[in-house]
Write a new protein. Structure first.
Length: 343
């Protein structure tokens, strides 16, 4: 039996070259985004991105190797594309090659924009991140073709490509939004948080007045900006949800559902944070929510969100007994003897 090194040597050379290209591009993204990770506290989770990407790729490498070398997916042989379906497969392969070219051009455009200035620019960083994602996913789909003479089905090539979704797309999330997009999202969240806090305090009979995104209390004014709109915790919670979904869940609908739960948890927990800070300001004055109280509640949002997501994982991974064993218990294999009776 071939050793692991011998099996890996049988991977097509162009696939290995594509992997080295992706690795070099990822190295540039680390260099490019380091500025934002170190200068913006709300994006300091970016330092974990290279580590988590390496971990996910390490965990999935045996599956990738079995697919490329042995032609197997989850223990079964790959299905071969029917002659009628090869037209669609070739068409999608052509689109993938165009995506590789477009992704590389976008990536190098982003690198060129970053080279024009000493300080990293968000448009250049976004272009590089999106170009990297397009290039990696397109190369993965092309590599999933394996043997052009007997290509796997389009569905299995897409399953193979899905192994690289997290390593390809997470770099977009670890970079701040463009200014106009961040302002629009932040304003939307601010309006929602302010309205909910005002309604809750009004229902409780606590006197206050709303002036835009400022709440006027008996002891002074509280700007919702001071309690944060939630956009900072939203990106960090999305990152946590994406990683947990990539590592612990095996169905795409479960992955998307967990990411959606991460967004919902981040929003709800930020509402509780804003209610707490406003109540604290009502009791002790607006100046009391600055500094340590403000920061600790911000970290609490991320902590409670991650705890909630971890508690959801067993629920998402739960399978009813009848799904595995049948309604009447385990089904044992049955064979027939020459006389027609069971053995």
């Amino acid at each position: 039996m071939d050793t692991v090194a011998q099996q890996e040597a049988r991977i097509p050379r162009w696939v290995r070259q594509g992997a080295f290209l992706a690795l070099a591009m990822a190295g540039f993204l680390v260099y490019d985004q380091w500025h934002w990770w170190s200068s913006r506290e709300d994006y300091s989770f970016g330092f974990l991105v290279p580590v988590f990407v390496a971990y996910v790729l390490h965990e999935r490498w045996p599956t990738v190797r079995r697919y490329l070398v042995e032609g197997r997916w989850e223990g079964r042989p790959l299905r071969t594309e029917a002659p009628g379906g090869r037209i669609l497969s070739r068409l999608l392969a052509g689109v993938a090659w165009l995506a590789v070219i477009g992704g590389l051009l976008l990536f190098f455009l982003g690198g060129f924009l970053q080279a024009l200035t000493d300080n990293p620019l968000l448009p250049g960083g976004q272009a590089a991140a999106y170009g990297f994602a397009a290039t990696v996913l397109a190369l993965a789909f092309l590599a999933g073709g394996r043997d052009p003479r007997q290509p796997p089905t389009v569905g299995e090539r897409l399953l193979f490509t899905g192994l690289f979704v997290f390593p390809a797309l997470i770099w977009i999330l670890s970079l701040p939004l463009l200014s106009f997009a961040e302002v629009r999202v932040s304003l939307f969240l601010l309006h929602q948080v302010t309205a909910v806090v005002f309604q809750v305090f009004d229902i409780l009979g606590i006197p206050l007045e709303q002036r835009g995104n400022v709440l006027v209390l008996a002891r002074g004014e509280v700007g919702v900006e001071d309690a944060c709109s939630g956009i900072r915790s939203l990106t960090a919670c999305l990152f946590a949800g994406s990683f947990l979904a990539a590592v612990f869940l095996d169905r795409w609908w479960k992955k998307w559902a967990l990411v959606g739960c991460a967004m919902a948890f981040a929003f709800v927990m930020n509402l509780f944070r804003s209610l707490f800070l406003t109540a604290w300001a009502h009791a002790f004055g607006p100046e009391a929510i600055a500094g340590r109280v403000h920061d600790l509640t911000g970290y609490a949002v991320l902590g409670f969100t991650c705890a909630g997501l971890l508690l959801l994982l067993p629920l998402f991974n739960y399978r009813a007994r009848w799904e595995d064993d049948g309604e009447d218990g385990p089904i044992e294999p049955i064979s027939l003897n020459p006389n027609g009776g069971r053995t």
